[in-house]
Ligand binder design. Structure first.
Ligand code: 5GP
Ligand code: ZN
Length: 113
């Protein structure tokens, strides 16, 4: 837990979100500024700064994050989607608590901008 981290505040229930899934380790909620018809975030409840700061002990947690993200995508009716992990400001990371974006429901272009 990190006192001033936005997503830690969400985990603690201090900021309301549209929650799609929760267990001991993971929280899934809709992005406040959706970039696609379906856009949600999958986060670990424990504070991890960014993908690059994942520890060896987080390997299983990261696997669960991906698997649950795919399950919720199915539940949300998107069997085709994009999963995005931004690492660092240059890549577009604005919240420094690891999160996987899942976006779907529209055509996606490649490469990303
Ligand atoms: P990043 O740019 O770090 O990869 O993604 C952060 C995401 O968090 C953005 O898509 C942004 O819209 C979302 N976000 C920021 N603040 C809030 C909030 O208070 N509630 C929710 N649900 N999403 C947020
Ligand atoms: Zn945090």
């Amino acid at each position: 837990m990190s006192d001033n981290c936005l997503f830690c505040k969400i985990v603690r229930g201090e900021i309301p979100v549209d929650k799609l899934y929760e267990d001991d380790e993971i929280l899934v909620f809709r992005d406040i500024a959706p970039q696609a018809p379906v856009h949600f975030l999958v986060i670990p409840k424990k504070h991890v700064n960014s993908p690059a700061t994942l520890a060896a002990e987080d390997e299983q947690l990261m696997g669960r994050i991906m698997r649950i993200g795919c399950e919720i995508a199915k539940q949300e009716g998107i069997d085709q989607f994009r999963a995005v992990l931004n690492n660092g400001e240059q890549a577009g990371q604005t919240v420094f608590h690891l999160h996987v974006h899942i976006l779907g429901g529209r055509n996606m272009s490649w490469p990303p901008g």
